[in-house]
Design a protein around this ligand. Structure first.
Ligand SMILES: NC(=O)c1ccc[n+]([C@@H]2O[C@H](COP(=O)([O-])OP(=O)(O)OC[C@H]3O[C@@H](n4cnc5c(N)ncnc54)[C@H](OP(=O)(O)O)[C@@H]3O)[C@@H](O)[C@H]2O)c1
Length: 185
């Protein structure tokens, strides 16, 4: 039996990915901070005939994250697929125009999205290499604030992903609001 570990498992992408892999015969390890919410997801998946289990951990706590992935590997006889997609809140993100961004503005995002992903990868990669097989998936979104001066020489907006005004409202040109592919560059 194959297994997938979903790091940052919630009711959106996490559950959808769990369902997709679970319906193709994968066992599913769900990792996030809140045990009750994870148990709810486990119950929903098991009601659909998918084997799932919860391994609570915070991606900012690398030791706990590593242990959760080790526990998942022990439970399911290894991890064949690692999927990393924790979702932070807008409040936890400092949104700045690219030209106004300080290193401290992106520190949290680095810890959350990059260093956590590296820690998770290090926890599963040795066994994958030893087995000669394994898959690593990283699912993220991105955002920036809209700024009148933030345009290319041709006048096109320099943003990638979701775009919001400084007051937090989605920008009319944002990918999420338009429901179509944005103009990432
Ligand atoms: N859903 C979409 O339409 C969409 C679109 C574009 C991009 N994305 C990207 O896809 C990813 C998933 O987004 P989603 O909204 O669909 O998420 P989701 O799978 O519904 O839930 C993500 C989970 O991450 C967990 N989390 C937050 N902080 C954590 C931490 N410090 N350690 C461990 N887990 C943590 C939260 O659970 P706990 O509070 O229990 O920890 C949350 O339930 C994100 O990177 C997002 O930017 C999503």
């Amino acid at each position: 039996m194959s297994s997938i570990a979903i790091v940052g498992a919630g009711p959106g992408m996490g559950l959808a990915i769990a369902r997709t892999f679970g319906s193709h015969g994968f066992d599913v390890a769900l990792i996030a901070r809140n045990r009750d919410k994870l148990n709810d997801l486990v119950g929903r998946l098991e009601a659909e005939g998918i084997t799932a289990a919860a391994f609570p951990a915070d991606v900012l706590d690398h030791d706990a994250l590593t242990q959760a992935l080790k526990d998942a590997a022990t439970r399911f006889g290894g991890i064949d697929v690692l999927e990393y997609s924790p979702a932070g809140s807008l409040e936890s993100t400092t949104l700045t125009a690219p030209s106004e961004t300080n290193p401290s503005d992106v520190q949290w995002a680095m810890d959350f999205l990059l260093y956590g992903a590296i820690a998770a990868t290090r926890a599963v990669l040795p066994a994958m290499r030893e087995a000669g097989a394994g898959t690593l998936l990283y699912t993220n979104g991105a955002g920036s604030v809209s700024s009148p001066g933030n345009r290319t020489p041709s006048g096109r907006r320099r943003t990638a992903g979701t775009c919001v005004h400084r007051d937090g409202r989605p920008h009319p040109h944002s990918r999420a609001r338009q429901g179509r592919r944005g103009h990432a560059r």
